[in-house]
Design a protein around this ligand. Structure first.
Ligand SMILES: [Zn+2]
Ligand SMILES: [Zn+2]
Length: 327
C-alpha cells in the first residue's frame, strides 16, 4: 500500500475475516468486517472511525461487542455500514443488553448504522444517552454504491450474492498533490492560500486553461501543474469475501475491483471441493484467482481459508496464483 496506509488481516488467513486499515500519520483506522477483535490492542480499536461489514454472519460480526464495549463511555462516534437488514442486526445486538444507567454517562458514545440498498443509504443513530434506542435519520443517495467520500479517499460497495446480500468494498485514494517549493522560488512565487485553491482545482479535474491567481499574477492551471506540482496517483484497495461463483457475481466483482492495487479476496476451498463451495456460497482458490485476473489486480492477498486445509495452505495459494496467471 502507500506509505500513509497499512493493511493487516487481524486474524491471519484461517481466522475470522477482519482487515484493519491504519492511516499511519493520523489517529485513525478503518475496519473491513468485524470478526473476532481479541488480537487487536484496545488503543488500535479506539482509532476506528468506520467499520464496513460485508454481512452479519457470526464470523464477520462477532467483534461488534468488543468495539462497543471499548467505545462505551467515550465521547466518540463510529460509523457502521452493511447490506440491507443491517440496521436491524445492529439494533438487535444492542437490545441484547440492559441500558438503564447509560443515559447518565458524561460521554455520549454514538453509533451511526448505514445499510446500502441499491443506490440508497438508509441511516439510523444509536446513542448512549438515548439508551441505544434506534433513531431513524434521513436516507441518503449512494450513487454507484458510494458510502464515504472524503478529501483523501472514497469507499464504494457493491452488493454480491452469498445466498444473502453481501457487500464487497473498494477504497480509492484520491490523487496526492505535492508542491515543489524550490520551483515556486524559481518562478518567483511565494506559498500562500492560493496553493489550496490550486490543489482544489486539480482535485476537481479543472481544465488546463483555468486561470489561477498566484501572488497577484494570473497563470494557467496547466503551467502550474507542470512546473510546481507533483501528482502522485492514489491507490485502490478492494475487499471481497463470502460470494458464490456466478456470472452475475463475477461481473459485479470485476466492476468493483478493476485495476486494484491490492485485492483481498476470500479463498475458502480448493477447487477439488468446488461443489461443496457452491453449496456454501463461497469461492474456491481457482475461482478467486480468475476474479483477481479479471480485475488485473497488482497484488492479491487471499484469506478466509477453511480450517479443513490446515495442512494445505500452500496448495490454496498455488491454486489461486495459477488461475491468476492464466493457462
Ligand atoms: Zn465468512
Ligand atoms: Zn458468510
Amino acid at each position: 500500500m502507500t506509505p500513509t496506509l497499512s493493511a493487516e488481516l487481524v486474524n491471519g488467513p484461517f481466522g475470522d475475516p477482519t482487515l484493519y486499515l491504519d492511516f499511519r500519520f493520523e489517529r485513525r483506522a478503518l475496519l473491513f468486517d468485524l470478526g473476532d477483535l481479541a488480537a487487536l490492542a484496545p488503543r488500535r480499536i479506539l482509532r476506528v472511525s468506520d467499520a464496513f461489514v460485508s454481512h452479519a454472519h457470526m464470523d464477520h460480526f462477532t467483534g461488534f461487542d468488543r468495539l462497543l464495549r471499548l467505545c462505551l463511555g467515550r465521547e466518540t462516534a463510529v460509523r457502521l455500514y452493511g447490506p440491507p437488514g443491517f440496521i436491524e442486526r445492529v439494533e438487535h445486538r444492542l437490545a441484547g443488553y440492559s441500558w438503564n444507567l447509560v443515559q447518565n454517562y458524561p460521554a455520549d458514545f454514538t453509533l451511526l448504522a448505514h445499510e446500502l440498498d441499491n443506490e440508497e443509504l438508509r441511516v439510523a443513530r444509536f446513542r448512549c444517552h438515548g439508551r441505544f434506542r434506534r433513531e431513524p435519520l434521513p436516507a441518503r443517495a449512494a450513487p454507484r454504491g458510494l458510502l464515504l467520500d472524503e478529501p483523501a479517499f472514497r469507499v464504494r460497495a457493491s452488493a454480491l450474492d452469498h445466498d444473502i446480500p453481501c457487500l464487497g468494498f473498494a477504497l480509492e485514494e484520491k490523487v496526492h498533490v505535492n508542491v515543489w517549493k524550490n520551483r515556486l522560488h524559481e518562478m518567483a512565487l511565494e506559498p500562500g492560500p492560493w496553493l489550496s485553491e490550486l490543489k482544489r482545482a486539480v482535485a476537481e479535474d479543472a481544465p488546463d486553461d483555468t486561470p489561477v491567481r498566484a501572488n497577484g499574477r494570473v497563470l494557467p492551471l496547466g503551467e502550474l501543474k507542470a512546473r510546481v506540482l507533483r501528482l502522485v496517483p492514489g491507490q485502490k484497495l478492494c475487499y471481497v469475501t463470502d460470494v458464490v461463483y456466478s456470472a452475475d457475481n463475477a461481473r459485479r466483482v470485476a466492476a468493483l475491483t478493476a485495476d486494484a492495487d491490492l485485492l483481498f479476496i476470500e479463498c475458502v476451498f480448493l477447487d477439488e471441493d468446488a461443489a461443496h463451495a457452491a453449496r456454501k456460497f463461497h469461492l474456491t482458490a481457482r475461482q478467486a484467482g480468475l476474479l483477481a485476473r479479471a480485475a488485473r489486480a497488482r497484488q492479491v492477498i487471499p484469506f478466509h481459508f477453511s480450517p479443513r486445509y490446515g495442512e494445505r495452505e500452500a496448495e490454496l495459494r498455488a491454486e489461486l496464483e495459477a488461475a491468476r496467471a492464466g493457462g
